[in-house]
Design a protein around this ligand. Structure first.
Ligand code: FAD
Ligand code: UDP
Length: 404
């Protein structure tokens, strides 16, 4: 057994007699860190210290009541959706839910039109009367043939053609990423489907719901286990050498962990401008996208998401930025290549597990991060089980030796 596995199994086996401190140091109290802390504490009886440099739990999914008393998401709108009943069931231990199906309109040519593009989008934009049967042939007539779908431009023009691409995707993407869609992996715009029906929901997942009392309350319930201690407003580097621990779960940016030794990984930043308005409702749906006008990409009105009733309303404008806090990994080949170098370093560190959107440089939604954290937990506990069997084997061998 390598040294790393030894350390890990000692950590995963829970409290070690005669040794003070924590079995796990979890860096980051977002989805990745909170799921792992909860699983390690509740399933392996491990002692866990969770450290976050922000003064609150929840990572980017943190929500809070603003000064007017409206529940808002300080780091941008977060809507939960998943096709995985396992992930939904897991989170349901910590919250009840409010069903919510997100709808988005895009401001194009003076109209507010449904996005993802559907039959109504096309009819209203071009003054047509296509039905679900006609639309496929119509789309095929405007679509551009591409030999291979590699970039975010390929994805869209091969489905809806140049004009819809220019009106709905090109400007938005250039604003959001500071790059042309032709410079981004196909996976980015492939997040937004094209519909040949009238479904105007932004997501089509089986489970679409918001935590009934908000994300922060859900995180508090996850972290409420007596084996979990929480240290907020603390960079892990301030305590990693002060507090004894055996295994680290790291959920911050991977390049920062390695002191940028291969160079900085590009992340896209955002500035959020939050506004409270003295009116009950501001816009007809949760989010309005502005692909072609203004410096912001979209405006979200939180009361649609949360269902809260209040005499005033709160909205957030998102302004993409090249710097500031890292919010999005930027999916393109050269960045993935740089990430692979960090990933190789990460794999050589037996006593640190890297999980989450920033630590694995993946453009993941919340549910995908939960799934990734649950998978990481299964791997950690498997190594724990293997070690447990080895330990039992050693005890049996030792007792046989004593008996002989
Ligand atoms: P994070 O939430 O980023 O948590 C990492 C934590 O680590 C942070 O709290 C950070 O403070 C802490 N940390 C970093 N470095 C250190 C350090 N040195 N010391 C201590 N702590 C440190 N997903 C959806 O499913 N639906 C949505 O609608 C949605 N909307 C989004 C909108 C925006 C604007 C953004 C940016 C993301 C959105 N997401 C959405 C994605 C979602 O935010 C992520 O999938 C999820 O929050 C990632 O969780 P995480 O734990 O990996 O990372
Ligand atoms: N996108 C676009 N126009 C839109 C909506 C999305 O061009 O009206 C593109 C854009 O590149 C965006 C990507 O599709 O970054 C993914 O959109 P999504 O709404 O999933 O972004 P997120 O909510 O993660 O910011």
């Amino acid at each position: 057994m390598d040294k790393g596995s030894e350390e890990l199994s000692a950590a995963a086996s829970g409290r070690v007699p005669g040794r003070a401190g924590f079995d796990f140091l979890v860096v980051g109290a977002g989805f990745a860190g909170s799921v792992l802390a909860e699983r390690l504490a509740s399933q392996l009886d491990a002692r866990v210290l969770v450290v976050d440099k922000r003064p609150h739990v929840g990572g980017n999914a943190y929500d809070r009541y603003d000064d007017a008393g409206v529940l808002v998401h300080p780091y941008g709108p977060h809507i939960f959706h998943t096709n995985s009943s396992d992930i939904f069931d897991y989170l349901s231990q910590f919250t009840r839910w409010r069903p919510y199906q997100h709808r988005v309109l895009a401001s194009v040519d003076g109209q507010l039109l449904p996005i993802p593009i559907n039959v109504d989008t096309v009819n209203r934009l071009y003054g047509l009367q296509l039905n679900s049967f006609d639309i496929s042939a119509w789309l095929a007539s405007v679509a551009e043939k591409r030999p291979a779908i590699q970039t975010s431009e390929d994805v869209v023009v091969s489905q809806v053609g140049r004009d819809l691409y220019n009106k709905f995707f090109r400007g938005y993407t250039r604003k959001q990423w500071g790059l042309d869609p032709s410079q981004l992996d196909a996976s980015v715009t492939a997040r937004v489907p094209t519909r040949t029906n009238r479904d105007d929901r932004y997501f089509s997942d089986t489970f679409q719901a918001m935590p009934l009392h908000g994300f922060t309350r859900m995180f508090e319930a996850m972290l409420a286990h007596p084996n979990i201690k929480l240290m907020l407003a603390t960079d892990y580097r301030e305590v990693e050498e002060l507090v004894p621990w055996r295994h680290m779960i790291y959920t911050g940016p991977i390049d920062a962990f390695f002191n940028y030794r291969h160079g900085k990984l590009p992340y896209r930043g955002l500035e959020f401008r939050h506004v409270n308005l003295p009116q009950e409702q501001f816009q007809p749906v949760g989010t309005v996208n502005f692909p072609n006008d203004y410096a912001y990409t979209r405006v979200t009105e939180f009361k649609h998401l949360t269902g809260q009733r209040h005499a005033t309303t709160s909205v957030v404008y998102e302004y993409p930025r090249a710097d500031g806090d890292p919010y999005y990994p930027i999916p393109r080949a050269e960045n993935t290549a740089l990430y692979r170098r960090y990933e190789a370093d990460a794999e050589s560190m037996a006593n640190v597990t890297f999980v989450g959107r920033l630590a694995t440089y993946k453009y993941y939604n919340m549910d995908q991060v939960v799934g990734q954290a649950l998978a990481a937990f299964r791997r950690l506990s498997q190594r724990h089980d293997d070690q447990h069997l080895l330990d039992l084997g050693a005890v049996a061998k030792a007792s046989r030796a004593v008996a002989a």
